[in-house]
Ligand binder design. Structure first.
Ligand code: LMR
Length: 393
């Protein structure tokens, strides 16, 4: 017998990530007409996820012009971060208080944000509306933060529980953190209105709460500026805020892991201390983020022609999602609420058993929560999808 320590045997087994497991299950299904509305990946009307033309063009430039692969610093690609800052915030007057860095995807940004919070206030409480992206919970709990849940959405009535959000803010303690999604809520597709963002921002400022925003779908809801509106309102109102940003969907860079974390501090001196902590944490986690996706985004955002091409492609995606939403609502009034929701996701009031029957008997793959990735549907598959849903509900 090997008498070595056996330390790792103290570990409890972990279930594989249920959402990502759908990728393998779908691939292993050979039934014709199978439908993938599971993992949040955009698909065209022909069911593919091609590389953006603008990204391909930027990659060609990179291949020709990139002269070195030598290290960048823990802040990553500075040109990328600067261009992205303009895209997210436009021109604001808090520029001297805003710092941040490139991260490996939005997940890396969320992880860094959670670690920064834990460093500033170990065991800090964070308000999280349910349902939310399941990985939010894993990221936050493994960083030692205490999660305080409140109900954000009611699936049966397909409505936002705004009063519950406001009560949660009222009951929060000074120094608590509030996780909010900037737009295209994952998994429910319902966002705050401009008036609601103003109320929330004001309340967070009054009560001394730190907003942690997650913006992973800018441009896929109502447009680039409209989708950043809530973020801009919050950053205009509060003294301190964090924003985790992902380029996975709006630049189609999924596996390139391209994102950023923005931090707003109360003054320029505090901003420089915040930044030094972010750089230290980044160095301890991944030393520096992968460059390729960020370098491509930088080339796109620094070129008027490539920016135009990218925006045009993004608008086509956004319009296609709206078409799918309208198509489902036209097919069956049960989907009527989908019309006014936005982004790739909506959530149906289905239980895990109904979701399993959909998968086993109808070859429809969706998250166990009843979340549907509408960008996985086409005009043809929408009809099949509506029929399958009618059969199980
Ligand atoms: C999703 O929610 O489906 C995507 O954000 C993919 C992921 O990493 O979970």
């Amino acid at each position: 017998m090997n008498t070595n320590v056996g330390l790792l045997e103290a570990l409890a087994p972990q279930a594989p990530d249920a959402l990502l497991a759908l990728i393998g299950m779908y691939a292993a299904d050979f039934r014709p007409g199978k439908i993938d509305v599971g993992v949040g990946v955009y698909k065209t009307a022909t069911g593919t996820t091609p590389v953006f033309g603008a990204v391909k063009a930027a990659e060609r430039l990179l291949l020709d012009e990139q002269s070195t692969k030598a290290y960048l610093g823990p802040e990553g690609n500075i040109g990328f971060f600067t261009s992205l800052t303009n895209l997210v915030f436009g021109v604001r007057d808090f520029q001297s208080r805003l710092t941040g860095l490139q991260t490996p995807g939005g997940t890396g940004a969320l992880r860094l944000a959670a670690e920064l919070i834990a460093l500033a206030k170990p065991g800090a409480r964070i308000l999280v509306g349910t349902p939310t992206w399941p990985n939010h919970m894993s990221i936050l709990t493994t960083t030692g933060l205490e999660i305080v849940n409140y109900r954000y959405f009611d699936a049966a009535t397909q409505t936002l529980c705004f009063d519950k959000l406001m009560s949660a803010l009222d009951e929060a303690e000074h120094g608590d953190v509030v996780l909010l999604q900037g737009s295209c809520h994952n998994p429910v597709g319902i966002d705050l209105s401009e008036a609601q963002w103003l109320l929330v921002a004001k309340r967070m400022a009054e009560r001394g709460l730190l907003p942690l925003l997650d913006l992973a779908y800018q441009g896929l809801g109502s447009g680039l500026d409209a989708d950043a509106l809530g973020t801009r309102i919050v950053f205009d109102y509060v003294g301190e805020a964090l924003l985790a940003y992902s380029c996975d969907k709006n630049f189609g860079l999924y596996r390139e892991r391209t994102g950023a974390l923005f931090a707003l501090s109360r003054n320029a001196a505090a901003a420089s201390i915040t930044q030094s902590n972010l750089l230290m944490l980044a160095r301890a986690n991944w030393s520096m983020p992968p460059d390729h996706g960020a370098a491509a985004v930088r080339l796109i955002l620094e070129s008027d022609a490539l920016t135009l091409q990218w925006r045009t492609e993004l608008e086509m995606m956004q319009q296609r999602i709206v078409e799918v939403r309208n198509c489902l609502a036209d097919l069956d009034p049960w989907f009527e609420p989908f019309r006014n929701q936005q982004g790739m996701f909506s959530m149906l009031p289905l239980n895990p058993d109904q979701v399993r029957v959909l998968r086993e008997q109808h070859a429809v793959y969706m998250a166990g929560s009843g979340r549907v990735n509408l960008a996985g549907l086409t005009r043809q598959s929408a009809a099949l999808f509506a029929t399958a849903i009618a059969a199980v509900r």
